[in-house]
Design a protein around this ligand. Structure first.
Ligand code: PLP
Length: 360
């Protein structure tokens, strides 16, 4: 199968093999050593000295933890939204009583950092800022460095970034750029199964946490940190996913972070080039084209859902579709994780054959 969705992604054989390993005592020294190594290697991958916490959950659990640990009911929150995942985190904050002001950008556009600066100047009481680094629904990688700079220059609000699908696909310098909370998830570019959310937490975020009145239990940060210091997790972790993540991180750091970013950029460029050759058009502003997923309008007269169906049934090729208002209008080709040139070449060779049939 050629799994070209933006996560979960195909897992390399050695990572699959390491999961074929007996359970261990999650309160014993072996688990503590694995967790310690994962946290250390995640700090390097996140380019941070901040605390790293892990939760056995999907990425949304990590995002929920960020909200319930830093935003109290009634707090002013600015959410910069340019797609479905931006909408989702804004909804999450509102669910827990945040007073959320959504600043919307058109789907397919990049978030404008000058607008971010202006909105923060207009709202000096803002307690938290929500940004999605890679908007998986539109194939846009927002300019996080500039956005973070605009936030830090104009506000002391906690900057919470959804990096679920961006981490590893592009540079994200948590400490240098002043990102307070960065959230990712194991099934994305880390190329592990779903099941573990990871996040970095700055001093500023811990301060907000100390004053945060929102009730929480499973996702309580300070409780999780206390257990981490003992080499454990408060609740039973997804042990097999920890095995996977441990090896994946060692492989990533052996390759080198810059090399991993460059590999993603190269594969993304190949995807765009192959797509255009077949008559596809980029959905969004190409200046912000994502290294993780490419969103495309099909050539004139081609039904995207029929194309996806034929790809699945005739070529075992699984391509993402549009989400929300983009449903039925675009396709999304995922290329995060250990994707090879051949995976992209095969994907577009199959799409080429399908197009020949439907336009014949
Ligand atoms: N945020 C972004 C940008 C995503 O791409 C995704 C998943 O695709 C999520 C959040 C949600 O993650 P999960 O499905 O792991 O909860």
């Amino acid at each position: 199968m050629n799994l070209r969705i933006p996560g979960p992604v195909t897992i390399p054989e050695d990572i699959l093999d390491i999961m074929d390993h007996q359970m261990i005592d999650h309160r014993g020294p072996q688990f503590a050593a694995i967790q310690e190594r994962i946290v250390k290697n995640l700090k390097t991958s996140f380019q941070t000295k901040n605390d790293i916490l892990l939760f056995t959950s999907s990425g949304t659990g990590g995002l929920e933890s960020a909200v319930v640990n830093t935003i109290s009911p009634g707090d002013s929150v600015l959410a910069f939204v340019a797609g479905e995942f931006g909408e989702r985190i804004a909804r999450l904050a509102a669910t827990y009583g945040g007073s959320v002001n959504k600043i919307k950008f058109e789907n397919g556009q990049g978030i404008d950092s000058e607008r971010v600066a202006q909105e923060l100047k207009n709202a000096p009481n803002t307690r938290a800022v929500l940004v999605t680094h890679n908007e998986t629904s539109t194939g846009i990688m927002h300019p996080l460095r500039e956005i973070a700079h605009a936030v830090r220059a104009n506000s002391d609000a906690v900057l919470i970034v959804d990096g679920v699908s961006s981490m590893l696909t592009a540079d994200a310098q948590i400490d240098n750029w002043g990102i307070d909370v960065m959230v990712s998830a194991s099934q994305k570019a880390w190329a592990c199964p779903p099941g573990v959310a990871m996040l970095s937490i700055s001093e500023r975020a811990w301060k907000a946490n100390a004053n945060c009145k929102t009730p929480r239990y499973y996702f309580d940060w300070s409780e999780t940190r206390n257990w981490l210091e003992k080499g454990q997790t408060p609740f039973t972790p997804a042990v097999s996913v920890y095995y996977a993540l441990d090896l994946a991180l060692q492989k990533i750091l052996a390759e080198g972070l810059q090399q991993v970013f460059e590999r993603h950029a190269r594969i993304a460029a190949l995807t765009r080039q192959q797509a255009k050759t077949l008559g596809f058009r980029m959905f969004g502003d190409e200046r912000y084209a994502s290294n993780a997923v490419t969103a495309l309008f099909a050539p004139e007269g081609v039904d995207t859902e029929a194309l996806r169906k034929a790809a699945r049934e005739d070529y075992d090729l699984i391509i993402g579709g549009g989400q929300g208002p983009m449903r039925g209008k675009i396709i999304r080709v995922g290329h995060l994780g250990w994707v090879k040139e051949a995976d992209i070449n095969d994907c577009f060779a199959a799409i080429g054959h399908i197009l020949e049939k439907v336009t014949a």
